[in-house]
Design a binder for this molecule. Structure first.
Ligand SMILES: *[C@@H]1O[C@H](CO)[C@@H](O)[C@H](O)[C@H]1NC(C)=O
Ligand SMILES: *[C@@H]1O[C@H](CO)[C@@H](O)[C@H](O)[C@H]1NC(C)=O
Ligand SMILES: *[C@@H]1O[C@H](CO)[C@@H](O)[C@H](O)[C@H]1NC(C)=O
Length: 257
């Protein structure tokens, strides 16, 4: 007797919630309410809703210079790995290679003076020309800029780095070279300078999230960019937000005796 009463209760409950799920299953993700009723919210978030413009992307603007050690570290340890994990409809990246440089006009040319010397100015121009060559498409230029920064050091031979990084990342070395010699390239580097001054950059890397820079978000971005972007993004969290960037331990082991 008790058994059949329980059976009846269970049946009634099942029928009630199944009611909204009479819709064909491909419509279960059509609204949050339906998804909840059909208990498929998690599945809808992971698949169907992933590519909907459910929320605007997080806008990140990076002001940097090519030979600053913390810029190198941020690009190779945080920015590039995070870009690889998140779609561009979640993280929208813009970079401006200029940093703490200065400029002055001579004739119809801009002459740049860089914090880490002439080599840095050359690197900044290569990076700026890579942006132009890829029509400012971050998915196309970021692998190249990451490759450049991975190789960046005080005595870097940019000529060799440009060649190697261009071929490995499907960016045209010839286009970058001709941009570097052109008035358009010189003008674009100047525009990077104008935008950098306008932003009021105090140090580099200088990271702006959704139009705002604070020392606190700067710190969070440099410590764990993926975590910061996931926290800031208002849409359904993508799969990558449940993982963390894995980096090798920064240690050196004792040689066995
Ligand atoms: C991406 O960032 C650029 C430059 O900051 C901005 O102009 C553009 O509107 C942003 N895209 C979206 C979808 O927010
Ligand atoms: C950006 O570049 C990537 C990689 O080269 C390419 O797959 C994608 O179609 C480009 N996006 C646009 C809007 O051109
Ligand atoms: C941000 O940090 C810089 C460098 O440590 C410091 O000079 C500056 O005063 C800080 N700004 C604020 C508003 O705390």
């Amino acid at each position: 007797m008790l058994h059949s009463v329980l059976g009846l209760v269970v049946t009634v409950v099942a029928v009630c919630s199944a009611d909204v799920c009479r819709l064909p299953s491909h419509l279960w993700c059509s609204s949050r309410k339906t998804a909840e009723d059909c208990q498929v919210t998690q599945q809808c978030s992971a698949h169907d809703w992933r590519h909907q413009a459910a929320a605007p992307p997080v806008n990140l603007v990076l002001y940097y210079e090519t030979l600053c050690p913390y810029c190198k570290q941020f690009i190779t340890d945080q920015l590039y790995p995070t870009h690889v994990k998140l779609d561009s409809d979640i993280l929208n990246i813009t970079v401006l290679p200029f940093g703490n440089a200065e400029e002055k006009q001579e004739g119809n040319k801009w002459i740049f003076t860089c914090q880490h010397g002439r080599s840095e100015c050359e690197g900044n121009l290569i990076a700026t020309c890579a942006l132009k060559t890829t029509s400012f498409n971050s998915t196309a230029y970021l692998p190249f800029l990451n490759c450049m920064e991975a190789a960046a050091h005080e005595h870097v031979i940019w000529f060799a780095v440009l060649k190697n990084c261009a071929v490995r990342n499907h960016v045209s070395e010839a286009d970058i070279r001709s941009c570097m010699k052109s008035d358009a390239g010189n003008e674009l580097e100047h525009e990077m300078g104008v935008a950098t001054k306008k932003e009021g950059v105090e140090y580099v890397p200088w990271i702006v999230i959704n139009g705002q820079h604070t020392n606190a978000t700067q710190q969070e971005a440099q410590d764990d960019l993926l975590k910061l972007i996931c926290k800031t993004y208002t849409g359904p969290k993508p799969q990558a937000c449940t993982s963390t960037l894995t980096t090798d331990l920064s240690v050196s082991y004792k040689h066995p005796q």
